[in-house]
Design a protein around this ligand. Structure first.
Ligand code: BGC
Length: 731
């Protein structure tokens, strides 16, 4: 257990400890052992030490689990935990110290090329899954690297672009998933992002990496750079970035040494990062344990089953009866599309194809690759036609964004021509970023949205199609009708070095629901082969700013299934614009046919709070809150209102504060009303009583100007009295 005292090391040694040796390891120096860092989020991409990391396909075989886009759709922290634990076992067996994941960035635009690596458009869902992954991974003795901190929501110009985001939006949308992971799961490392935030590189952002991450959230691990994210090594170290990856052959280590020698950088800053890196290195060790490759493949299948979302199922087209004549069409049925491109690319231990798995379950299955085969002919003969469609790996990847959400035209053509002749048409979609369903949605009977299910996805799909398993996924992001409907449309991917997050907190369903924009399928939507009923909602305040929700769910159908209880909060309390509703708690439960279960979910203070930029704090505004149980973000099946005492907020007044703040202040308000009325003649008092409209007009006037207006009207507010009131407002 090396507890390295920086005093024992030379400055050169210390600087050298703070950057990588190569792409995937750190240096062993003076008793501090070398660490291995490897991707990633849904499977291990472990390369031999000297291999160039851009050769992403050359990693050692590892299990490819469902990607984050799929795991997000499971709405099940247990799924994320099983993925984390399994990656932990594989990492430990490979001697990997840090597994680079999970990614908890928010899906701001459906176009982001890396959306497959992120869970959701919602911060609570992303944070809950991310924290679960990290906890389970680290229980295996491997460190996590939650990434990419922060506001890394696009690939276009990702290493330079400035994400221009207001603080409330950062706090309410882009930070909470990181905050939850850091405060609840204590990741060994946090990876800073490539981009700038409001003009400053994340790697050099002191407020981000030190004030918020360490100061407010109590992070005590190592901040590691994304690979190549450091523009200025000395500025980054001073801001709170401990470890630069990959190495730079000593070039930037020498910059640190020179900065200390010239007095530009305090050596204590270097020492602090050395201590953190040395503590982290206690996780390093030789490979240990073995991996049961078959068991992990079986696990990958079991988890994939939990992730697929049944979007539509008219005429009970699914599940397919085992004896039915089935036509399978499409390339992805034989060449599975199950993961995305870039640094997260796993070299799978084995791949299940859907066609083989379907043939193992069905008795009569024909296959055509596409239209230049005999697709239309076999569809005409079959009782059910299953078309495999989606995006190719090249269509979406780390490193670039998409410019459309449409399915490729040849696939739309294929689906439509098949649907025109088939008795029942089922479409199975594989893709990382959301795809529009327009132009063919109404012509097919069922759609199973599989996202990217990992190496056992093919077998999972077959089980779901034949009812061996019951779909239980729910959308973790909205499927819009058109790309243009997305709130980031006019501000993505930005221009001339800046991307303005103009939609503020109205991201994803928060926007669609608030602006009442019709979507194809809302966030939270997903069908099952059984049905569920929600009853007996009760919501009780458990304090001034918290509540307990109790609700009963019954499986009213004839097969076992899983249901996601989604709790949203809606309010217009407080001085800021609130989204129509926000997801504040959820849980996934399994129910046998006829079974009822009552679940309780706690809503803590944060469930009701907004971030107040004037007070620099979270505030629960006194007022009414509607707690809603949603079948999705768009369909509320039960609701109940509570009134919360909330926080007592006294805003400090100044002569620049608007009249409404003065009169609305709990202490100063009554006082100023009294002072004003004491100085009025009877006539002025009766005029004032009749002038409610005028009061509305002057409500936003700064007090200073208001006093001038009063003087013009022959009224008076003594300056001393105002000064006293300003003092009073500070208490
Ligand atoms: C990616 C990270 C990844 C790192 C190491 C970077 O390009 O942005 O997510 O962990 O490479 O492979």
């Amino acid at each position: 257990m090396p507890q390295q005292d920086p005093a024992d090391l030379t400055l050169e040694e210390k600087a050298s400890l703070l950057s990588g040796k190569d792409f995937g390891t750190t240096k062993a120096i003076a008793g501090v052992p070398s660490m291995r860092l490897a991707d990633g989020p849904h499977g291990l991409r472990h390369q031999d030490a000297e291999t160039d990391h851009l050769g992403v396909h050359d990693s050692r075989p590892a299990t490819c689990f469902p990607t984050a886009a799929a795991a997000g759709s499971s709405w099940d922290p247990e799924v994320a935990a099983e993925i984390g634990a399994a990656i932990g076992r594989e990492a430990r067996a490979a001697g990997v110290t840090i597994s680079l994941g999970p990614g908890v960035n928010i899906k701001r635009s459906p176009l982001c090329g890396r959306n497959f690596e992120y869970y959701s458009e919602d911060p609570l869902l992303s944070g809950a899954l991310g924290a679960s992954h990290v906890r389970a991974l680290q229980n295996e003795g491997v460190g996590a690297s939650v990434k990419h901190f922060a506001a890394n929501n696009q690939e276009t110009d990702r290493m330079r672009v400035s994400a221009d985001v207001d603080e409330r939006t950062l706090r309410e949308i882009y930070f909470p998933a990181f905050e939850k992971v850091v405060t609840e799961a204590h990741p060994a490392t946090v990876m800073c992002s490539y981009n700038k935030i409001n003009g400053v590189y994340a790697s050099q952002h002191r407020w981000l990496l030190t004030d918020v991450l360490r100061g407010e959230w109590g992070f005590d691990g190592v901040v590691v750079s994304d690979w190549g994210a450091v523009a200025d090594r000395v500025a980054a170290l001073a801001a709170g970035l401990d470890l630069e990856m990959p190495g730079t052959n000593g070039i930037t280590d020498a910059e640190i040494v020179a900065a200390v020698r010239s007095g530009e950088l305090d050596e204590a800053v270097v020492d602090q990062s050395v201590r953190r890196v040395a503590t982290l290195s206690q996780l390093a060790g030789p490979p240990s344990g073995t991996v049961d490759v078959e068991a992990h493949h079986a696990l990958a299948k079991r988890l994939a089953v939990e992730c697929a979302v049944l979007l539509k199922n008219d005429q009970a087209a699914l599940p397919i009866a085992p004896g039915a004549e089935v036509a399978v069409i499409g390339e992805f049925a034989v060449e599975a599309r199950f993961q995305g491109g870039g640094s997260s690319h796993v070299n799978p231990t084995r791949v299940d194809t859907a066609l083989d798995s379907i043939r193992a379950l069905g008795t009569s299955v024909s296959y055509a690759r596409g239209l230049d085969d005999n697709a239309v002919e076999i569809a005409r003969e079959a009782e059910v036609t299953v078309v495999f469609a989606g995006l190719q790996e090249i269509d979406e990847s780390e490193g670039y964004d998409r410019d459309t959400i449409d399915l490729p035209a040849d696939q739309v053509d294929l689906i439509r021509r098949v649907a025109a002749v088939s008795r029942r048409t089922v479409v199975v979609l594989s893709h990382g970023g959301v795809v529009a369903l327009e132009g063919w949605h109404d012509e097919v009977d069922a759609i199973l949205d599989c996202w990217l299910l990992g190496q056992a996805g093919g077998a999972a799909i077959a089980d779901l199609l034949y009812g061996v398993a019951n779909p239980s996924g729910r959308l973790a992001e909205t499927i819009p009708l058109r790309l243009q409907d997305n709130p980031s449309y006019f501000n993505f991917p930005g221009e001339q070095g800046h991307v303005r997050y103009g939609e503020g907190v109205l991201v994803g369903y928060r926007y669609y629901e608030t602006a009442e924009v019709e979507v194809r399928y809302p966030f939270g939507h997903g069908l099952s082969y059984t049905s569920f009923e929600t009853s007996d909602l009760s919501v009780t305040a458990t304090g001034d700013d918290s509540a307990l929700v109790s609700v009963t769910v019954t499986n009213t159908g004839s097969v076992a299934g899983k249901h996601v209880v989604q709790v949203y909060v809606a309010t217009d309390a407080g001085p800021v614009r609130r989204p129509a509703r926000e997801l504040r708690a959820f849980t996934k439960i399994a129910l046998a046919p006829g079974e009822s279960r009552t679940v309780e979910l706690a809503l803590d203070r944060r469930a009701f709070a907004y971030y107040d930029i004037e007070l620099s704090q979270w505030v629960v505004a006194p007022g009414d809150y509607t707690v809603q149980i949603g079948q999705s973000a768009a369909v509320v099946v039960a609701e109940s209102q509570i009134t919360l005492v909330g926080d007592v907020i006294r805003r400090e007044l100044s002569l620049d504060s608007p009249v409404q703040d003065w009169f609305g202040h709990p202490i100063v308000g009554p006082l100023i009303t009294r002072t004003l009325s004491e100085g009025m003649t009877e006539e002025q008092a009766s005029q004032a009583a009749d002038s409610a409209d005028q009061m509305r007009m002057v409500a936003s006037l700064p007090m200073k100007q208001f006093t001038h207006f009063l003087t013009q009207s022959g009224m008076h507010l003594p300056p001393d009295a105002l000064t006293d009131m300003i003092e009073l407002s500070k208490n």
